[in-house]
Design a protein around this ligand. Structure first.
Ligand SMILES: Cc1cc2nc3c(=O)[nH]c(=O)nc-3n(C[C@H](O)[C@H](O)[C@H](O)COP(=O)(O)OP(=O)(O)OC[C@H]3O[C@@H](n4cnc5c(N)ncnc54)[C@H](O)[C@@H]3O)c2cc1C
Length: 471
């Protein structure tokens, strides 16, 4: 059977679904092709269930502070892991249902095709027995977990793809890869009562480029559970479980959780048949502004473009690819001040430019510890450190890296300021309340203002006196 359409969208994640919204404003001749379960990566295995597990683990962890507040009996509290996992699945299913109700549930079989697509050539797609001849194609096939060949489909190997479907959690887990997913899930599992050891071949936690913040973060999380850096972890089978070696250290665990990265999910599409050059991860060369692949009427969107996965970027890509697929005049993707948030406790966040992207000679740096921040002390979470960067010539804010309480909100404030071209002085003109975590940012900015006027030889920063009760 051959189907002729204006646009074929491959992948019903946030990128693909947002593309559909744009396309259907102009034409009804479109198809959305999706292989695997509907409901999006974000809702099924990604952003949402991981945050439910983190929230649950964080809530259980509070029992360790209860004694300090005069609440007795905290040490007798026990978590029922099965019930906890059930709660994660309940909420996950709610998120999936919400996505489905607002998107694919109302699509008929003419528009929504179940199956994996592959290109026959640049003008034709194949899905099972069906041949589709679209005027334009949007590739929004997402990314998938990388698992070393020898451990794919092996018993006892977990990734985010199967973690939340487990009925029972193991007693011990080795988390391989301490990027954002490894740290978030590793900490949550540890707090749910599993013996967790983290392994990474590099020296960076959660991809933090700033060496001072990276050190502070490692110190904080290493106090909670062991993190082993600097050696390629060697994994072998041992007594029905696994042994994982990192340099001189070896740890025996029941299961492995792989978090060594996610890769654009493009191989099944057979993109080599398009006759365009393919780069890293098999991603075809494309214009990052229009998202167009070479001179073909083919667009890439979301995690399928490679790089760091980001839900908001996937949605915006989808809108732009959808619009461009049905309009001559193209819209352009404008990248905003980058932001990354790791929902560990304490949070890790990056706003704007990273340390390794800065011209050090032109950059003023200030740092602020969360230790003396009044609000953080009240919350019993006064751990962490923030470093903020500004351009010496213009005084403009460039970026920040931080590990500390509620940094998810500080990262937003900073990104909005950076995106608006704020100088440090302008940011300090903004209102601040008391006692709030934002006062840590205010102090860092005061410090940064001084650093801007200091010579780089002085080091650009000095510690502020503790601020417990406001200015
Ligand atoms: C554990 C985890 C935590 C995360 N946390 C965050 C977070 O806190 N914040 C954040 O911004 N982002 C987070 N992300 C990333 C975010 O979930 C993704 O960036 C986003 O969901 C990607 O959307 P997408 O539309 O590109 O792809 P997806 O939602 O993955 O959709 C792709 C769809 O295409 C289908 N498909 C693949 N190949 C084919 C084919 N050949 N034919 C047909 N269909 C195909 C897939 O089955 C899938 O349904 C997280 C991801 C994970 C895994």
């Amino acid at each position: 059977m051959t189907i002729k359409v204006d646009v074929a969208i491959i992948g019903a994640g946030h990128a693909g679904l947002n593309a559909v919204k744009e396309v259907r404003k102009v034409t009804d001749r479109w198809v959305l092709i999706n292989g695997g379960p509907l409901g999006t990566t974000c809702a099924r295995i990604g952003c949402m269930p991981s945050k439910v597990a983190i929230h649950l683990a964080e809530t259980y962890q509070i029992r360790e502070r209860l004694g300090r507040y005069g609440v007795e009996g905290g040490e007798h509290l026990r978590i029922n892991q099965q019930a906890a996992l059930e709660h994660v699945r309940d909420l996950r299913d709610t998120f999936v249902d919400l996505v489905l109700a607002n998107t694919t549930d109302e699509m008929d079989a003419e528009h929504l095709i179940d199956g994996y697509a592959e290109f026959i050539d640049a003008g034709r797609l194949k899905v099972g027995e069906r041949i589709i001849e679209p005027e334009a194609v949007i590739i929004a096939t997402g990314a998938r977990s990388v698992v070393p060949q020898e451990w794919q489909d092996a018993d006892g190997v977990l990734t985010v793809d199967n973690l939340f479907d487990q009925e029972q959690l193991p007693e011990s887990v080795a988390v391989i890869g301490l990027g954002p997913i490894g740290l978030e899930i590793g900490q949550a599992l540890h707090r749910l009562g599993i013996e967790v050891t983290g392994f990474d071949h590099g020296e960076r936690l959660a991809r933090i480029a700033d060496p001072v913040v990276n050190r502070a973060a490692i110190d904080i999380f290493q106090r909670e559970f062991p993190l082993l850096f600097g050696h390629e972890p060697e994994i072998s089978r041992r007594n029905g479980g696994f042994a994982v070696r990192s340099g001189e250290r070896e740890v025996a665990v029941e299961q492995i959780f792989f978090a060594v990265g996610r890769q654009a999910h493009l191989a099944p599409l057979k993109l080599e048949r398009l006759g365009v050059p393919l780069g890293a991860q098999g991603v075809p060369r494309f214009d990052p502004a229009t998202l167009k692949v070479s001179k073909l009427p083919i667009y890439l969107a979301g995690d399928a473009t490679g790089g760091i996965a980001n839900l908001q970027r996937a949605a915006e890509h989808g809108r732009i690819a959808g619009f461009n697929a049905v309009h001559r005049r193209k819209r352009r993707y404008v990248s905003r001040a980058p932001m990354a948030i790791i929902f560990s406790e304490p949070n890790i966040a990056i706003a704007g430019r990273q340390w390794n992207e800065l011209d050090q000679a032109r950059t003023a740096v200030a740092q602020q510890r969360f230790g003396p921040v009044g609000r953080a002390l009240i919350m019993g979470q006064n751990r962490g450190m923030m470093r903020v960067y500004a351009d010496r010539r213009s005084g403009r804010l460039l970026g920040a890296a931080m590990v500390g309480p509620r940094c998810e909100h500080l990262a937003h404030l900073l990104c909005w300021a950076i995106e608006s071209g704020f100088t440090v002085d302008r940011a300090l003109d903004m209102p601040f309340y008391h006692p709030v975590i934002e006062e840590a940012l205010q102090d860092a900015l005061i410090e940064l203002r001084e650093a801007l006027h200091a010579s780089p030889a002085r080091g650009g920063w000095r510690r502020l006196a503790p601020r417990l009760v406001g200015t």
